[in-house]
Design a protein around this ligand. Structure first.
Ligand code: NDP
Length: 323
């Protein structure tokens, strides 16, 4: 079978490509710059890449850019979308590529009669921010959908970009009558295949690179290998449908720091919260649907350890960390 992975060089996508090649698929991966070895070398070195990986140049905001990568594919994994927090122009840098880019990719999918299912990498960002309180008793599940007004009021531009993109994708899929499944992971950590530091792994790197304080935030955490597997299962299992939230555990940054302290007792870690307010409460995320994809989550402790070992190996943790 032949499948397409958009944004193939990214953190999550690289693992999807690796597992797809392992399972015998022919993979057409889109990248923005096929001539940049930092974006392609790690993919070209994967087992099976020589025989079954094909790279295509595509840009989210160029109409029809993904046609060649998608043509003839049985399935499409659309992962490409900008994930940064520091932006000057949220509309141009985050929202347009997320929303118009998703519709651009889905447009190519609807032109290619071979495509049987699209697996869209959405996010818990498109689920959990609807203004309802999130406390330890509350169980967030796939029936929640984030509210664009709540995102705008808190200037959560990345969260807004993912919310608008998923909403637009469902409307498009219904209108065109094609089969789409979304994967909605929380903060994804674990080993990096790519040589570039991505935003979610950076959240762990920051704690070890001289931060004086940790953020007053509680996030769900999940291992990149579980996320990549869930994408492939969502394509392969015929009855898979709707949205799949992926969270092993929700933890406040103070708890992440505690886990790091246990794993690396000599590490320099922040011991103060960034503000004096009460800790943002943790909450729960239902694991029921993910179970139906056969996902048996890697525990957060192991995921954090794998992240740190990978960050060390790739020199993303400086000497000041004392580890
Ligand atoms: P990365 O930054 O590693 O990957 C993002 C990918 O999107 C890169 O391949 C990047 O290409 C591509 N991309 C960005 N802008 C464009 C554009 N204008 N045209 C073409 N490609 C573009 O991040 P992740 O792997 O973490 O993110 C992948 C997906 O997963 C995103 O949709 C993200 O929203 C989602 N996600 C991530 C989570 C996480 O914690 N990591 C959690 C939940 C969802 P290039 O390499 O050329 O920059």
């Amino acid at each position: 079978k032949t499948v397409c992975v958009t944004g193939g060089s990214g953190f999550i996508a690289s693992w999807i490509v690796k597992f797809l090649l392992q399972r015998g698929y022919t993979v057409k991966a889109s990248v923005r710059d096929p001539n940049n070895p930092k974006k392609t070398d790690h993919l070209l070195k994967l087992d099976g890449a020589k025989e079954r990986l094909h790279l295509f140049k595509a840009e989210l905001l160029e109409d029809g850019s993904f046609d060649a990568a998608i043509d003839g594919c049985d399935g499409v994994f659309h992962t490409a979308s900008p994930f940064y927090h520091a932006v000057n122009d949220p509309q141009a840098e985050l929202i347009d590529p997320a929303v118009k880019g998703t519709l651009n990719v889905l447009g190519s999918c609807s032109k290619a009669s071979s495509v049987k299912r699209v697996v869209l990498t959405s996010s818990i960002a498109a689920v959990a921010y609807n203004g309802k309180p999130r406390t330890p008793e509350v169980v967030v599940d796939d029936t929640w959908f984030s509210d664009p007004d709540v995102c705008k009021a808190s200037k959560m531009w990345y969260v807004l970009s993912k919310t608008l993109a998923e909403d637009a994708a469902w409307k498009f899929a219904k209108e065109k009558g094609f089969d789409m499944v979304t994967i909605n992971p929380a903060m994804v950590i674990g080993p990096l295949l790519q040589p570039v530091l991505n935003t979610s792994a950076e959240a762990i790197a920051n704690l070890l690179n001289g931060a004086q304080t940790y953020p007053n935030a509680s996030f769900g955490w999940v291992n990149v290998k579980d996320v990549a597997n869930a994408h492939i299962q969502a394509f392969e299992i015929p009855s898979a449908n709707g949205r799949y939230c992926l969270v092993e555990r929700v933890a406040h940054f103070s708890q992440v720091v505690e886990i790091l302290r246990k794993l690396y007792p000599s590490a320099q870690l922040p011991d103060k919260c960034a503000d004096d307010k009460p800790f943002v409460p943790i909450y729960q995320v239902s694991k029921e649907k993910a179970k139906s994809l056969g996902i048996d989550y890697i525990p957060i402790e192991e995921s954090i350890k794998e992240t740190v070992e990978s960050l060390k190996e790739k020199n993303f943790i400086g000497a000041s960390s004392n580890m």
